[in-house]
Design a protein around this ligand. Structure first.
Ligand code: PLP
Length: 450
């Protein structure tokens, strides 16, 4: 056994050496209010007090297949016993990464058949932009480099991924400047006051069109969009949005990147949501999280044949890659995860169980504090308001999301506060009983706080 102290004494105190991510470090220093998770199985995790909690956020919307799945753990172990590490640099390859790339080409829609691996969603998105820039250089269009993103987006926290994320996420921080332009957020309830959803969609399309005309399509490389915006507020665009934006971008010769870091691998009832759910054929899909159900860090940037052809043409040199691109253990985890999802028909089952989850949560809209319940299947958000009629937002110091999340945790459910919003993105193996229990806990917790 390892001679390392992994007891939780010290983990919960202010003098830990661990710098937490997306955290109020000062508040942590003052009150040390951390939750140490020490074990997990199925749809549950266990904290250091021994409390069993429903994992209502699937780790970080990534543990799609559920915790402690033997098939995935065995595949990782077997792989490590066979080949612990080799790279996919230069002319080296290995069978597991190669097999996974073929499997992803089979699952991805249309002519998306070329896969470059990374180790996080942020890196997958950075890679998409670097590769596209190189693609345009090769086409003799060196000025076609700008990126269109959107208010409400979250694409990661490397320098470039954060620049593509909505600016609110970078308060007090810098991002890569000059490259990214944010289009309007497609949130009808907040942004489309007084308009029908169809009218609002026209406004969004006009906004995109006028921004493209102003910047010049010859200067714009791509549009990047999450099918449903996640960490930016759980925003589902108006019906038909992606299909129409796809057509618009095609007209202007602007590539469409769908960031499916959250929406893929069953969360919305399909392996990929772009085409099957939203009717858009992207030029690039980025994915991570549910790709391995979080068991290993792995991401993929999946390119169209057309892009692949240009970057692998005569005289091209692919000067991009990470040491762990296509790591054997991570690739093995992904293959086992996909096999398990296919065997147990997880995406298909989500179309029923996820719908129950969605409709249970939508019923919470009758509570005074609840302004809007939104999302789809196992990707849901609840926005709290001070005044329901006027949609008056709570102030940050009200900490409404945090208070309700804490009330839920006391009742045995982890939910994720995001300002005035509570995010629910559980494992995809939730039974009907657990789904009902989760919505019951949420109702009690919101009622307690209001
Ligand atoms: N893209 C989306 C849509 C995400 O939700 C996230 C993370 O939450 C990322 C990208 C970044 O992924 P990672 O945290 O693995 O870098």
């Amino acid at each position: 056994s390892l001679d390392i102290d992994i007891s939780t004494d010290g983990v919960l105190t202010a003098d830990t050496h661990l710098v937490q991510s997306f955290a109020d470090l000062n508040a942590l220093k003052q009150d040390g209010n951390r939750t140490a998770i020490v074990g997990a199985e199925g749809a549950f995790v266990t904290d250091s007090e021994g409390q069993q909690l429903i994992d209502g956020i699937g780790g970080l919307w990534c543990v799609n297949a559920g915790h402690k799945r033997k098939e995935i753990i065995d595949a990782i172990t077997d792989q490590l016993n066979t080949l612990d590490y080799y790279s996919t640099f230069y002319n080296f390859t290995h069978p597991t990464a190669a097999a996974l790339s073929a499997k992803l080409a089979e699952l991805a829609p249309g002519h998306l058949n070329a896969v470059h691996f990374g180790n996080s969603g942020s890196v997958a998105n950075d890679s998409a932009i670097r590769i596209l820039h190189h693609y345009y250089n090769r086409l003799g269009k060196p000025n076609k480099k700008l990126v269109l993103s959107r208010q409400g987006a979250y694409h990661g926290s490397t320098y470039l991924a954060m620049a593509m994320t909505q600016p609110a996420y970078s308060t007090g921080w810098d991002t890569a400047q000059g490259l990214v332009h944010h289009l309007r957020c497609p949130h009808h309830w907040r942004e489309g006051e007084g308009m029908t959803e169809t009218e609002f969609l026209d406004v969004l399309l006009d906004d995109a069109k006028s921004r493209i005309e102003a910047l010049g399509a010859e200067n714009i490389a791509c549009f990047i969009a999450e099918p449903i915006q996640g960490a930016g507020g759980l925003i589902v665009p108006p019906e038909g949005y992606h299909a129409k934006m796809g057509a618009l971008m095609r007209d202007y010769d602007i590539k469409y990147i769908t960031d499916e870091v959250v929406t893929s691998f069953g969360r919305l009832g399909h392996f990929f949501a772009s085409k099957d759910v939203f009717g858009v054929q992207p030029d690039i899909i980025t994915t991570a999280k549910g790709l391995t159900s979080g068991y290993q860090p792995l991401s993929a940037t999946i390119l169209s044949d057309e892009i692949h052809e240009v970057i692998s043409g005569e005289g091209a040199m692919f000067l991009h890659g990470m040491t762990y691109s296509g790591h054997p253990a991570a690739s093995a985890a992904a293959l086992a995860n996909i096999a398990l999802m296919e065997r147990d028909q997880i995406p298909e089952r989500v179309r029923t169980t996820g719908k129950r989850f969605e409709s249970n949560l939508r019923e919470l809209a009758d509570l005074d504090l609840v302004g809007e319940v939104r999302g789809s299947h196992f990707m849901m958000g609840i926005e709290f308001v001070k005044d329901k009629e006027k949609k008056t937002p709570f102030e940050p110091e009200d900490q409404i999301g945090l208070k309700i999340a804490r009330a839920a945790q006391n009742r045995g459910l982890i939910a994720r506060p995001l300002g005035n919003i509570l995010i629910l993105s559980p494992t995809l193996i939730m039974t009907e009983e657990l789904i009902d229990q989760t919505s019951g806990i949420l109702r009690d917790s919101i009622t307690e706080v209001q």
